[in-house]
Design a protein around this ligand. Structure first.
Ligand code: HEC
Length: 114
């Protein structure tokens, strides 16, 4: 299961790199090894609280709990959402993750747990 997630993450990175030439790509200078890989960001930053498979630990269960946003709603969820700003006991990630990483992890959530 874990391997499968990593493989999927790698594919997403490949697709992402090919498609978005306009992005500056400056996300990679942020500390940590995650880059724009949503699965890797999730497993290093989110899984300790939300579980490796989104089953929940100190943080709530995410499986089936992430709304199926699309388009501008997704952008809004990223820029104004819990991942960027935090919520109550969940920390904000706006300073520890790049925009690309936040984007990638939100997309990962929507794909995996939405
Ligand atoms: C330190 C523990 C912790 C970490 C790390 C953490 N979370 Fe959370 N998360 C929480 C808690 C606690 C809540 C519930 C906050 C509340 O509503 O009181 C939450 C809520 C959420 C929600 C909203 C769930 C809902 O039902 O509304 C989402 C989505 C979410 N987290 C995603 C993430 C993502 C993505 C990451 C990694 C970038 C992450 N979390 C990292 C503890 C954490």
């Amino acid at each position: 299961m874990r391997n499968w997630i990593l493989v999927l993450g790698s594919l997403l990175v490949l697709v992402g790199c090919g498609g978005e030439g306009g992005d500056s790509g400056d996300g990679f200078d942020i500390g940590g090894d995650a880059g724009g890989d949503g699965a890797a960001v999730y497993s290093s930053k989110c899984a300790p609280c939300h579980g490796a498979n989104g089953e929940g630990r100190t943080g709530p269960r995410l499986v089936g709990n992430v709304p199926g946003f699309s388009g501008s709603e997704l952008t809004n969820f990223v820029t104004n959402g819990v991942v960027t700003n935090g919520i109550r006991t969940m920390p904000a990630f706006s300073s520890s993750l790049s925009e690309e990483e936040i984007d990638a992890v939100v997309q990962f959530l929507l794909n995996e747990f939405g």
